[in-house]
Write a protein that binds this ligand. Structure first.
Ligand SMILES: NC(=O)c1ccc[n+]([C@@H]2O[C@H](COP(=O)([O-])OP(=O)(O)OC[C@H]3O[C@@H](n4cnc5c(N)ncnc54)[C@H](O)[C@@H]3O)[C@@H](O)[C@H]2O)c1
Length: 282
C-alpha cells in the first residue's frame, strides 16, 4: 500500500504508545481515522491530537478481548467512512511474574488481549477487506519477545509467539488466495511507552481483588519494577512510526527495530536445528 491520502485506518490501543504514534503518522498522511482503546480518557487525548492535525476521526471505546466489541468497531468504521484500508491490531498488555505464581486469570487476560484481540481484529476486518477487493494492509503488533525466549515474562513471550504465528499463517493464507491484502508483523524490542502501566487497563473480569495475596507479593512487585525498568530504558518512540510506514509501503512482513537481538534470534533457530537444548546464556 503506497497511497494513504483519503483512505481509512483503524487502530486499536490508540490511546497511548505505538497506537497514538501510528495515529499521528496516519493523520500526517491525510488518512481518515477510526481509533479504538479500552480507556476513554486516553482515547480522547489521541482523538483531539489528530483532529488538531486536521484528520477526520471517530473514536470507539473498545475492549479488543471481546469479539462483539471488535465487530461493533468494524461496523462503525464502515458505516462512518465506507471502507477500511489499513488496520493496526496493536492493543496489548504485559503481565510480569513467574509462571508458577501468576494467577490463572492473569494468563487468561494477557492471552485474551494479545492473542484473541488480534484474532478478533483479523476475523472482523478481513471479510470487509476481501469484499472491497482493494489494496489493503494489516499490521499486527507482536514483539521481539515473539521471536526469542527468555526466562522473564513467560506469559508475555507465550502470547507474542502466538501472535507472530497468527500473523504468519494469516499472511500465507491471504497469499494462497492471491488477495490484495498485505500484512506485517511488528516486532520491536523495548521502546518508551506506557506498557509498564498495563494494570490500569485491566477489564473488570480480570480485576485485581484485595483477597488475592499474589498482588501484594515480592515477586509481583519485582516483576512490575523489571517491566518499568526495561520500558523506561528502551529506545525513544519517535522513529517507530516512520519505520512501520516504510515497511507498509515496501510490503515488508517482518518489522524489526532492534538489531542487537538478531544474533539471539539466530541462536534460537540454530539451537533448534542442531538439536541442542535452550540455554539462558545468550
Ligand atoms: N513498548 C515496548 O517496549 C513494546 C515492545 C514490544 C511490543 N510492544 C507491544 O506494543 C503494543 C502496544 O503497546 P505500547 O507499548 O504502545 O503500550 P501502551 O500501554 O503505551 O499502549 C497500549 C494501549 O493498549 C490499550 N489497551 C490495553 N488493553 C486493551 C484492551 N483490552 N482493548 C483495547 N485497548 C487496550 C491501552 O489502554 C493502551 O492505550 C502491545 O501489543 C505491546 O505488547 C511494546
Amino acid at each position: 500500500m503506497k497511497d494513504f491520502k483519503g483512505k481509512t485506518a483503524v487502530i486499536t490501543g490508540a490511546g497511548n504508545g505505538f497506537g497514538a504514534e501510528f495515529a499521528k503518522e496516519c493523520a500526517a498522511r491525510e488518512m481518515k481515522l477510526v481509533l479504538a482503546d479500552i480507556d476513554l480518557a486516553d482515547l480522547q487525548k489521541t482523538k483531539e491530537l489528530v483532529a488538531g492535525m486536521g484528520a477526520e476521526v471517530v473514536a470507539v471505546v473498545t475492549d479488543v478481548s471481546i469479539y462483539e466489541e471488535v465487530e461493533k468497531l468494524a461496523k462503525t468504521a464502515v458505516d462512518t467512512f465506507g471502507s477500511v484500508d489499513l488496520l493496526f491490531n496493536n492493543a496489548g498488555v504485559v503481565v510480569p511474574g513467574p509462571i508458577w505464581e501468576i494467577p490463572a486469570k492473569d494468563f487468561d487476560w494477557i492471552m485474551s488481549v494479545n492473542v484473541n484481540g488480534i484474532f478478533y481484529g483479523l476475523r472482523a476486518f478481513i471479510p470487509i477487506m476481501l469484499k472491497q477487493d482493494t489494496p489493503c494492509h494489516i499490521v499486527n503488533t507482536a514483539s521481539v519477545a515473539g521471536l526469542l525466549s527468555t526466562p522473564g515474562m513467560v506469559a508475555y513471550h507465550t502470547s507474542k509467539h502466538a501472535s507472530v504465528s497468527l500473523s504468519e499463517t494469516t499472511y500465507l493464507s491471504l497469499q494462497a488466495q492471491n488477495s490484495k491484502i498485505k500484512m506485517s508483523v511488528f516486532c520491536p524490542g523495548f521502546v518508551q511507552t506506557d506498557l509498564h502501566h498495563s494494570d490500569r487497563h485491566r477489564p473488570e473480569r480480570f480485576a485485581i481483588t484485595p483477597e488475592e495475596p499474589y498482588f501484594q507479593s515480592a515477586s509481583y512487585k519485582a516483576g512490575l519494577e523489571r517491566a518499568r525498568h526495561v520500558i523506561e530504558t528502551g529506545i525513544p518512540i519517535d522513529s517507530i512510526g516512520m519505520s512501520v510506514f516504510t515497511a507498509i509501503e515496501d510490503e515488508k512482513f517482518y518489522i524489526l527495530t532492534h538489531p542487537q537481538y538478531h544474533p539471539i534470534i539466530g541462536k534460537r533457530v540454530k539451537t533448534i536445528l542442531e538439536g541442542e537444548n535452550p540455554s539462558i546464556n545468550f
